[in-house]
Design a protein around this ligand. Sequence first.
Ligand SMILES: [Zn+2]
Length: 202
Amino acid sequence: MSERSIDFKKMDGLVPAIVQDAVSGKVLMQGYMNEEALEKTKETKMVTFYSRSKNRLWTKGETSGNFMELVSIAIDCDGDSILVRANPRGPVCHTGSDTCFDEVNTSKTGFIDQLRAIIKDRKNNPTDKSYTASLFAKGINKVAQKVGEEAVEIVIEAKDDNKELFMGEAADLLYHYLVLLEAKGYELDEVMDVLIERHQKK
Ligand SMILES: [Zn+2]
């Protein structure tokens, strides 16, 4: 991918910035950034806009405390719009709503994508301290065996009535399942394709 940059001149110095929740994928708000705001966002890791009403840089959360922590920045094909992925520390809108579009922002399933990215990184850049890296180092048989063990453990907890223990095993199974997919070199999307195709056949 070529390095994209914003053409601030073309946009009279101000470019729309769309902020998306890095975990849920929900669109949180839209503001404007000038070059300084973009630089400050990168430097401080807190999403900062240029406020047209205040006529100055405005770091989201500077009064409410509901900062938006920067995760990544992407620039669109024409170099005139910014997509900011962030983790909001609280409701984003001044009305108290989760998003400026009055939507509820509670879905955490998007975290699976972050988790998959971390797992992939542990495979490609192993460290001594990483449990995930140690699994990859032991090879596919060991990873598959771990999935089997975790599956048995969730079966055992399913028969009991302890939510905390069941959730622990459910998380273990999902995590090891994702590690197995990565060890095999497959994407979760490919599993989704199978499920979607089955669903469409009905
Ligand atoms: Zn708002």
